[in-house]
Design a protein around this ligand. Sequence first.
Ligand code: FEO
Length: 169
Amino acid sequence: MITKEMVNKLNQQLNLEFFSANLYLQMSAWCNHKGLKGANLFFKKQSMAEMNHMYRMFDYLNDMSMMPVVGSIEAPSVCFLSLTELITHAYEHEQTITYKINNLVHSAITLQDYSTFHFLQWYIAEQREEEQIFKSIIDKLTIVNVDTNGLFLIDQDLKNMSNVNIIDH
Ligand code: FEO
């Protein structure tokens, strides 16, 4: 039995996943605008992955005979000073999402909702992976000289990373 409290919390997360999808879609547009075609592709794929995160939650609520509720989604940032600032923003966003998922897991345990607890395990692993991905990009940006060819190399690298099928994630 899933409680109303848990349903509300899952719906909040569902909308946060929507926001993540919009944030990364907007980031892909910024990258494209700056001529960073690889980064554009990478963030477009990330946006699709976030939609999948949202759909998983949507389907779980339906499966539990509860109503998923799509609310109004806050508009994401449009302007960034550099690719480094953008990636750092994305990394910090993922850290926030991890915190939110952890809170959901805590609520599921506290409410003795072990079905939801089990459902959320996938998100725990996913957050670990996503944080690692963004941290690895930040590390690479620190190593290269972004004022010269470094930015080109990073963009190529992001293009290669976007070829990995992350839609199922
Ligand atoms: Fe749905 Fe990137 O967390």
